[in-house]
Design a binder for this molecule. Structure first.
Ligand code: SF4
Ligand code: SF4
Length: 368
């Protein structure tokens, strides 16, 4: 496999801080990977010093561990429990506020632009899917639009995929093809530590231009091509998506649904960590002085019995029916609604399920 798109640039690893500085000069609030409570999460960063080094993650169904290995490497881990959804569609956000005098306002763009640093290719596709859901219907989600419209994405290609990744099945990774402004591949070879940068938008090119990088050498590009090949081969988890939707529709009464229903705790972890799950509920609160009332949106989960409550009863009473609804939406009904799968193969729901339920295994068993 050889790299087709040109030009590529090379940034020495010790210059990564310059990229953060330039993003700040451009007025961005930068969210980047940080280590917190034993996991990699997104938080606002002021300098590249806050990006952890030497950390790798080990993931398997129901298990996540950070381990220390190569002190030099920045991006030895892949996805943590948070996705860009946390930044662009916050877990709790104000929809509107009403004053007693009748003046109503909806939160408006406050001029702040966010840059998300370190997104993985599967998460770029997840943002694309959220765009379809939250922006392309008759009504735009105002909060998402406010944060999304000027957002800048700096993606990092995955060269150390973990056991729960199945992006190759969903055609979303492990290397980014589109959806970001700048894409980075970390290269450690012959004592050299560089980031190979590819610009995908004019905005990205403007930033890289300001960095003053040199062009990547043929040797460096060959090394990136080798890493791409190796990364693909490391991904062992597979979901055959051919006729998947049709096979799942044919098996709505398969006994495997009861089996998984007996294991699922309905904790909703899978929906919270999923980068494409978007369900929310609304709640109102008013000031004690009774002159201001607010309506807020709060992430919700289809695993909660209240989520399907309509006119005196919940539609999905059994745990089995709630799990089936979720998996069917991800891999079948989403295709009917939006023309794509609702799953990007990030593996988060597998890692963060306390009982290790694996969407790939369940889908494969149901269709078998
Ligand atoms: S599948 Fe796992 S993570 Fe999802 S609700 Fe059930 S127990 Fe929780
Ligand atoms: S369903 Fe699971 S694997 Fe698919 S995008 Fe959501 S969290 Fe990732």
């Amino acid at each position: 496999m050889s790299l087709q798109r040109k030009p590529y640039f090379a940034l020495d690893a010790e210059m990564l801080g310059n990229l953060v500085t330039i993003l700040k000069d451009f007025g961005y609030i930068i969210y980047g990977p940080v280590e917190r409570d034993g996991a990699i999460v997104y938080d606002i960063i002021e300098s590249a010093e806050q990006i952890p080094r030497g950390l790798f993650d080990e993931q398997s169904p129901g298990r996540y561990r950070l381990i220390k290995k190569d002190e030099r490497r920045y991006f030895g881990y892949v996805v943590g429990p948070q996705s860009p959804k946390y930044v662009l569609y916050p877990p709790q956000h104000l929809l509107f506020k009403v004053r007693k005098d009748g003046r109503t306002f909806i939160p408006r763009p406050d001029g702040k632009k966010v840059a998300i640093f370190g997104l993985r290719p599967c998460d770029l596709k997840a943002v694309d899917i959220l765009d379809d859901v939250l922006l392309k219907g008759p009504y735009k989600n105002n909060t998402y639009w406010t944060l999304r419209k000027d957002a800048l994405f700096i993606a990092v290609n995955c060269i150390e995929p973990d056991n729960n990744c199945f992006c190759t099945s969903m055609n979303t990774g492990p290397f980014a093809k589109s959806g970001c402004d700048i894409c980075i591949t970390e290269l450690l070879m012959d004592g050299k530590h560089v980031f190979i940068l590819e610009t995908m938008t004019d905005k990205g090119a403007e930033i890289v231009n300001r960095l003053g990088c040199r062009s990547a050498t043929e040797e460096e590009l060959d090394a990136v091509s080798r890493l791409m090949e190796e990364a693909r081969n490391k991904i062992r988890k597979k979901l055959n998506v051919e006729n998947l939707k049709e096979d799942l529709y044919k098996n709505l009464e398969h006994p495997r649904w009861n089996d998984v229903g007996n294991r699922c705790l309905t904790c909703g972890n899978c929906t919270l960590v999923c980068p494409t799950c978007f369900c929310s509920s609304v709640f109102d609160r008013s000031s004690l002085s009774m002159d201001v009332a607010e309506r807020w949106a709060l992430w919700d989960s289809c695993f909660s019995i209240d989520y399907s409550y309509i006119h005196g009863g919940a539609i999905r009473q059994s745990i089995m029916s709630r799990y089936r609804n979720w998996l069917m939406h991800k891999l079948a009904t989403w295709v009917d609604q939006f023309g794509t799968f609702g799953c990007v193969g990030c593996g988060r729901c597998i890692t963060w399920c306390p009982v290790g339920i694996d969407i790939v295994e369940e889908a494969n068993r149901v269709r078998s």
